[in-house]
Ligand binder design. Structure first.
Ligand SMILES: C[S@@+](CC[C@H](N)C(=O)[O-])C[C@H]1O[C@@H](n2cnc3c(N)ncnc32)[C@H](O)[C@@H]1O
Length: 460
């Protein structure tokens, strides 16, 4: 049995996969697939020629190249918010170039977040493999890529709602200060709702319902909806927010119905395999993947775990209820002890020496964050490239960021790291229009990422 099949089996026995009855329903709607609907071979050829002629990155606008309209509600992409989501036009483009993948090939995203690449892979009739260190990201991506029929969801929803009893509460975990973020009423409603979800569903339906529950959590909290990390609203904004806050169960029903309609647009029977850490070694006998598309994390630019902390708290996704434990797996994390970063170190990349020294003169912690990031990205690149089959392609979507007022050329460094693992650069594109929510204007230490580099490598 190959790794793909074995992993699917392992997750079934862990209870996160469906019983056959969950997916094999009679009178199910015809599946809506868009494999063969898209083909970008001619566009790719034109970009390739321009790149070969100029020898430098070619400017491209993926929103024009793949015209979908803005904020498009395509399949399950809008199931749940997530920081720094990749513009879906990018994987849609590359997966549907016959040079890079064919139906049934395995498409891998080692930093899969909320599953943008995995969703596009499945829509194009490919198999989907992911990895993410954030358990909430894995839950969302699993729910978005595991097909469940609408009538199964509708029956489960009726059961959940009719069994809600405010006396039955799920014990609350201690990762977040519950009372700082939720009113007493909301705590009671969410506690009873989660109790009913956990006691009335299993397998795929449980994952779907928990992901929908999570999609409601931030909305029901008193945190600023414009920010990805929880920041408590104050004064008038707080009063207005509380006044307009929806009833928890009503919101949950709405979210379930909308997401059920989205999931119905995924191929019937589709599923994905999602690992925990991109640095995870390839198991013996694992199959090699055909195409990798990924947008890696940045050094200190996004707080994925903190952004997910309200949901992680409710769903009890942190080991021993400690967020710090989860953060340790995150490449680009920010928390280190002073003893970690006092020593002098030799940077992994000679080209990074100068910028790391400049950052260190302003803030030694930030320099350590950036240096650790490069080392951990190097470990990840070893594991990621080892999964790619010979002559397979890897598409990296990465920009640059500011650290302590200095430009940190992440794209250049990450390109150098991946190129050192037996890959040749096949194509380089630059998209000037910011394609995802990477804006982290945080005072002097971090800045916006202005443009995105899309680098296509081929394994030698
Ligand atoms: C830029 S985001 C990817 C977003 C994704 N493309 C989407 O559209 O939702 C980077 C992701 O890398 C994940 N990450 C950080 N360290 C990781 C590691 N060691 N292994 C796997 N994923 C990791 C973060 O949790 C985050 O979800």
């Amino acid at each position: 049995m190959n790794e793909f099949v074995r992993s699917l089996d392992a997750s079934s026995s862990a209870g996160s996969r469906p019983a056959a009855s969950d997916i094999a329903r009679p009178n199910a709607p015809i599946r809506v697939r868009d494999s063969n609907e898209w083909n970008f071979d001619a566009d790719l050829q034109a970009l390739q020629e321009a790149y070969e002629e100029s020898g430098s990155p070619v400017a491209v606008n993926f929103r024009s190249l793949v015209p979908l309209g803005s904020g498009v509600d395509r399949a399950t992409h809008l199931f749940h918010s997530y920081p720094a989501k990749l513009l879906l036009n990018i994987p849609l483009f590359f997966i549907n170039c016959t040079k890079y993948s064919s139906p049934n090939d395995v498409v891998y995203d080692p930093f899969s977040g909320s599953g943008t690449v995995l969703v596009e892979a499945l829509l194009a009739g490919r198999r989907a493999l992911g990895a993410d260190a954030n358990p909430l990201a894995r839950l969302i991506a699993t729910a978005k890529t595991t097909h469940v029929y609408p009538d199964v969801i509708s029956t489960a929803l009726d059961t959940i709602v009719s069994n809600i009893d405010l006396r039955n509460q799920l014990p609350f975990t201690t990762t977040i200060k519950r009372d700082m973020w939720f009113s007493e009423d909301v705590v009671l409603s969410l506690g009873a709702l989660l109790y009913s979800i956990r006691n009335n569903t299993t397998g795929n339906i449980l994952a779907f319902m928990e992901a929908c529950f999570s999609a409601c959590v931030k909305r029901l909290s008193v945190s600023d909806p414009r920010l990805s990390v929880p920041v408590r609203l104050k004064g008038e904004a707080l009063s207005e927010h509380v006044l307009n806050s929806p009833v928890a169960i009503d919101l949950f029903i709405k979210v379930v119905e909308a997401n059920s309609a989205r999931l119905a647009k995924m191929p019937a029977g589709c599923t994905s395999v999602i690992h925990t850490d991109a640095r995870q070694a390839q198991p013996d006998g694992a199959i090699q993947v055909d195409l990798i598309i990924t947008s890696p994390p940045y050094a200190g630019a996004q707080k994925y775990i903190r952004a997910s902390s309200l949901s992680i708290g409710w769903l009890g996704l942190a080991p021993s209820d400690r967020l710090r434990e989860l953060e340790k797996l995150n490449i680009g994390r920010e928390h280190f002890c002073k003893s970690d970063y006092n020593a002098d170190i030799t940077p992994l990349l000679p080209g990074a020496r100068e910028v790391l020294a400049k950052i260190k003169s302003v803030n030694p912690l930030r320099s350590h964050i950036a240096d650790t990031y490069l080392r951990e990205m190097d470990d990840a690149a070893n594991a990621i490239v080892s999964r790619l089959r010979q002559h397979g392609h890897l598409v990296l979507v990465v920009g640059d960021n500011m650290i302590c007022g200095h430009t940190f050329p992440t794209s250049q460094f990450v390109k150098e790291i991946f190129a050192s693992k037996g890959l040749s650069t096949a194509l380089e594109l630059v998209d000037d229009i910011r394609s995802r929510g990477l804006m982290t204007k945080r005072n002097k230490t971090a800045g916006t990422i202005e443009r995105e580099h899309v680098i296509v490598f081929q394994k030698r």
